[in-house]
Design a protein. Structure first.
Length: 299
């Protein structure tokens, strides 16, 4: 026996969901940040954050607030966070940034939150510098012209003169072989223990000193002679000689310029003055502006 079927009731027709109900209305805002790209270490600089609406008419439909939080490692930011009122067209947040680390501040950014949800962030290119190089160049601008002639104006120190080596040989013939071993003469006869100690040290250095004295006869310049004597004994003689000769050649070139013209210190001061001004400009504080991607906020 079959059960009776229940009559079918007409189902109400489902209306299509409207587009304004499927998608909640929102307003597009673009973050605009004014800050300093290059800052002096230990000084305070402003940082201003604002949200500009895509159209002025949409500002009246906006509601709520947005939390702004700058994240800058290596700098002190005051205050740590601030809020922006979406209902005001001139709403902005002001911060103060004091760099505490020198160099590029990597990972610097400004984050935007709404109802504890991250809406987006804007990366910032920041760098903290000092004027140390500028002060060094300024000191060289003053010192080099004053010391150029006294240091590099000695014609008797050049390789061509040979006066220094002739003087050393004459002193060695008068006072004895201790001049060749680099030991200053002392008035009076030394004590027996001191004499024995000097004799032992002289024997240990005799082999090295003999080879050095042979090389010194071919180094008449003051610079190369003194440099060759000052280099350590463990350094190979070929390397010591090349270093001494190279420094002597450099000194000869500079001495030629120093003794050839009296205007050289002026040009040196002018060159370093230009470098000082350039370094000062490069390390000055430089403002910048950053614009982030638009963020959608509820209307």
């Amino acid at each position: 026996m079959t059960e009776p079927r229940m009559p079918r009731t007409a189902q109400p027709a489902t209306e299509p969901v409207r587009a304004d109900i499927q998608r909640a209305p929102s307003v597009q805002y673009r973050p605009v940040i004014r800050y300093y790209k290059r800052m002096r270490l230990g000084r305070t600089y402003p940082l201003k954050v604002a949200l500009s609406a895509s159209s002025p008419s949409s500002v009246s439909r906006a509601a709520g607030v947005v939390l702004v939080r700058p994240v800058i490692a290596g700098a002190v930011v005051t205050p740590t966070e601030a809020t922006l009122d979406l209902g005001r067209s001139d709403s902005s947040a002001a911060f103060r940034v004091t760099p505490a680390a020198r160099g590029k501040l990597r990972g610097a950014q400004v984050q935007f939150f709404c109802h504890d949800r991250l809406l987006g962030d804007v990366n910032l290119s920041m760098k903290a510098t000092r004027q140390t190089l500028t002060w060094v160049l300024l000191c060289l601008t003053i010192a080099l012209p004053l010391l150029f002639q006294p240091v590099f104006g000695h014609d008797s120190w050049t390789h061509a003169s040979g006066e220094f080596r002739a003087k050393m040989i004459a002193e060695a013939n008068k006072t004895g072989p201790h001049i060749l071993t680099g030991r200053p003469g002392r008035p009076g006869a030394p004590a027996p223990r001191a004499q024995n100690k000097l004799t032992e040290e002289a024997k240990q250095e005799q082999n090295v000193d003999e080879r050095k004295q042979q090389e010194l006869t071919t180094l008449p310049g003051v610079v190369e002679n003194q440099v060759f004597r000052a280099l350590p004994a463990w350094m190979p003689l070929v390397i010591s000689r090349n270093v001494a000769v190279g420094l002597q050649m450099g000194y000869d070139q500079v001495a030629t310029v120093a003794t050839g013209s009296s205007e050289t210190p002026f040009y040196i001061a002018l060159i370093f003055l230009v470098l000082t001004i350039g370094s000062w400009i490069v390390h000055l504080a430089y403002p910048g502006r950053a614009r982030g991607k638009p963020v959608a906020l509820p209307a």
